[in-house]
Write a protein that binds this ligand. Structure first.
Ligand SMILES: *Cc1c(COP(=O)(O)O)cnc(C)c1O
Length: 412
């Protein structure tokens, strides 16, 4: 049996533990939702003040150059690249995940135009916006373009074929925490002549990534989850060097132009990753992304992954030990290679139980159907947090201290 003092001993031995001090975490809260909105690096407040008071307030328009505003999407992309297994000049931090996915899908369909392939294969359980962006693009294109949805990863080999232009998958599923085998599925797509677009929303900053070695063609992802970039912080897009010269998407704004200040009436894409940019970026929000990346620069993804697996293993073990008499169902794979950095359990009153947890300071979230989702962020989650969260869950379940009446019919 694992005890609380075992957890405290693990915290004392944890080399990542000191990084927790760099985050602002409210007292009395166990935050297990960093997979939805990462906690705030303390430095973000100072940085925001500098951007707003000095760069904007005092230096005004000169900051586009003097404070490096123009270059920020590329400079931050280069800082993010090592976490993705990407190279310099291959990533920009810009726009939203939805918009970047649209660009990547459009570019991939453009790459495939000469082949006559018109199908985008993805999973029905993908995050809805990913499916919507694919459907929006294909229905707007018409001419036989379509989205094909599969019901499980096991169906992918049958669903990908000679008609498939693009396979678009989210590497770690937002609901279940299931992690695809990126190398195997990229190879499967290529074997059938399809391109592969990976969404790294629940992977970047959570699991080690090696986009080049694993054969990805394009990738996009989010900075406000595990990367702690702030609410609605700009997302990222990765276009490998070998695909940049032909990378073409319809959101061809002036920031992607070869000579934006020539104010020419015709679009001519710039060389390099800059052509993935569209228009003027939200600079105050973009600047916050750097504060999250500054914390990652002090450690590495191997250490983060080791602690992530230790935290999720511990959570699963403690829930199964201490809440064994309750109807909880583990949804997340036990196999390490198939698991992201979250753990999901079903409970028939999942929504009400999660509301009770939140009321007692354990912040996770709920996703239909019946799923309670707990995110583990090694930069600031401790082993004692895991113990305490499970203890509170056990009390709520033992006491039936959740209000199913209040929960009925309310889904957020
Ligand atoms: C969080 C998430 C998004 C969010 O997209 P936005 O454009 O930022 O709203 C998209 N896709 C996946 C898979 C996500 O997990």
């Amino acid at each position: 049996m694992i005890s609380r003092s075992d957890c405290l001993a693990r915290d004392a031995a944890d080399t990542l533990a000191p990084l927790r001090e760099q985050f602002d975490l409210p007292a009395g809260v166990i935050y297990l939702d960093g997979n939805s909105l990462g906690a705030r690096p303390k430095a973000a407040l100072t940085r925001a003040t500098a951007v707003i008071a000095k760069e904007w307030g005092k230096d005004l328009i000169t900051s586009w150059n003097s404070a490096g505003w123009f270059e920020m999407p590329k400079r931050l992309g280069d800082r993010l690249a090592p976490l993705l297994g990407a190279h310099d000049g291959e990533v920009v931090v810009t726009d939203t995940t939805s918009i970047n996915l649209f660009k990547a899908l459009a570019a991939a369909l453009h790459d495939q135009a000469h082949t006559g392939r018109k199908i985008i294969v993805t999973e029905r359980s993908n995050f809805p916006t990913d499916i919507y962006m694919a459907q929006g693009l294909t229905s707007w294109l018409e001419r036989g373009y379509e989205v094909r949805l599969v019901d499980s990863p096991q169906q992918l080999p049958d669903a990908i074929g000679a008609d498939t232009a693009v396979v678009m998958l989210t590497h770690v599923n937002y609901r279940t925490g299931y992690q695809h085998d990126m190398a195997a599925i990229s190879a499967l797509a290529h074997q059938h002549g399809a391109l592969i677009v990976w969404d790294l929303a629940h992977s970047a900053g959570a699991v080690p990534l090696d986009l080049h070695a694993d054969g990805a063609d394009y990738a996009v992802g989010c900075t406000y989850k595990y990367l702690n970039g702030g609410p609605g912080a700009p997302a990222f897009i990765w276009v490998p060097k070998r695909r940049q010269d032909t990378f073409s998407h319809p959101l061809s704004g002036w920031w992607g132009h070869a000579n934006p200040f020539a104010m020419a009436p015709d679009f001519a894409p710039c060389a390099g990753i800059g052509r993935a940019l569209c228009g003027t970026q939200p600079i105050t929000s973009l600047a916050m992304v750097e504060c999250g990346l500054d914390v990652f620069a002090q450690t590495g993804m191997a250490a983060i992954r080791a602690k992530s697996l230790a935290l999720t293993d511990l959570f699963i073990a403690l829930v199964e030990q201490r809440c064994a008499s309750h109807p909880l169902g583990l949804v997340t794979p036990r196999e390490h290679a198939r698991r992201g950095s979250q753990v999901s359990f079903t409970h028939p009153h999942g929504y009400a139980v999660m509301q009770a947890l939140i009321a007692r300071g354990v912040i996770g979230d709920y996703r239909e159907p019946e799923i309670m989702r707990f995110g583990f962020t090694p930069l600031y989650t401790s082993f004692a947090d895991v113990w305490d969260a499970v203890e509170i869950l056990k009390q709520i379940l033992d006491d039936k201290a959740y209000d199913t009446a209040a929960a009925r019919g309310t889904v957020t």
